[in-house]
Ligand binder design. Structure first.
Ligand SMILES: [Zn+2]
Ligand SMILES: [Zn+2]
Length: 332
């Protein structure tokens, strides 16, 4: 990746004008940075947020060209976000100062200083879509990850056994990443959970061990699988099994909230993307409405290209008691 040349610095009067528009003083760290470079990129892909952040400029009124280049800046985004009825999530008095380059609905915010109505709080907050803003360790943003101790890396054969997810490497829920540390235990085990659990904040790269022993769920007040759908089944699965599924079983990346399948009074085991052969083996009366010949033919075409379906995605589950195949279709 080539690094673009740095933007010219902002002028003091332009920073002051942005503060007047926002109604609050920017924190000193942000002022200083703007006066050095008006808008910049922070690659934190290997840092605590796992994202690349585009920090916004203040409007530079020097000349028309500068104005055009900096028009979509802090004040512009803040107003646009505050006005957007479908967002409705910008806290009162907040300002947007950066967006996620890969995920536009991820942003960094300043919040008003609770002790000084004329200033923003010194801290930086991250907001995902309409979620609650959570503080970000600003000093750690963009700092390279500490070198990994190879002695901590563990072989695949040591990954714990999960009753409801027997092959989490095969299904793609754990990937081999030697450069990541687990946010729960701080170790680089070589294995990362591909998605973030349900709960406050975003916590990628959890290790299989912290998921298996429940420590990740406890430390992060998080769960991995939504068992709401299972709780409504008759007879309901035993509570200790539902707790094992929610707090000690890795889920999987999907478009929709997953509907973990149920059979024989228990949750089923997850087996990843269903193949056309597996789906074709279902008896006529067991086929969901979406599973018709056209669907199977399209899936066979994807498989013939050596690929996996991207959207919609049929997922396979198997009953731990009667062995029956259960399927769920995930659609974006
Ligand atoms: Zn861990
Ligand atoms: Zn069954």
């Amino acid at each position: 990746m080539t690094t673009p040349p740095p933007n010219p610095p902002a002028r003091e009067e332009d920073v002051a004008a942005a503060e007047a528009t926002l109604g609050r003083r920017l924190p000193p760290w942000l002022r200083d940075r703007l006066l050095a470079e008006n808008g910049w990129l922070i690659d934190d892909l290997r840092g605590p947020t796992n994202e690349e952040w585009q920090f916004l400029p203040v409007l530079d009124r020097r000349d028309r060209k500068a104005m055009t280049r900096t028009a979509e800046g802090i004040a512009w985004y803040t107003r646009r976000l505050a006005d957007a009825a479908d967002f409705g999530a910008l806290p009162d008095g907040a300002a947007m100062v950066a967006f996620g380059r890969a995920r536009y609905s991820h942003r960094l915010l300043l919040l008003p200083d609770p002790d000084d109505p004329a200033a923003f709080d010194d801290r930086l907050f991250r907001q995902v879509h309409t979620g609650e803003p959570t503080p970000v360790d600003r000093a750690a943003l963009g700092r390279p990850a500490p070198p990994v101790d190879p002695a901590q890396l563990r072989p695949r054969s040591e990954i714990p056994t999960f009753r409801y997810h027997p092959d989490p490497v095969g299904t793609g829920s754990f990937v081999q990443r030697a450069d990541r540390t687990c946010p729960a235990c701080g170790l680089a085990t070589g294995w990362s959970y591909v998605t973030s659990p349900y709960g406050p904040g975003r916590h990628p790269d959890l290790c299989p061990w912290c998921i298996a022993d429940g420590s990740a769920a406890q430390k992060l007040s998080a769960s991995f699988i939504d068992v709401y759908w299972l709780e409504g089944q008759d007879p309901p699965a035993p509570l200790d099994r539902l707790a094992e599924l929610a707090h000690r079983t890795p889920g999987f990346a999907s478009w929709q909230q997953e509907e973990w399948q149920y059979c024989c009074g228990d949750a089923c085991a997850f087996h990843g993307v269903a193949t056309a052969d597996a789906l074709g083996s279902l008896a006529e009366e067991e086929r969901p409405a979406w599973l018709d010949d056209a669907f199977l033919a399209a899936l066979r075409d994807v498989e013939a290209d050596g690929e996996e379906p991207a959207d919609p995605v049929p997922f396979a589950f198997r009953c731990l008691h009667c062995g029956r195949l259960r399927v769920w279709l995930d659609v974006s």
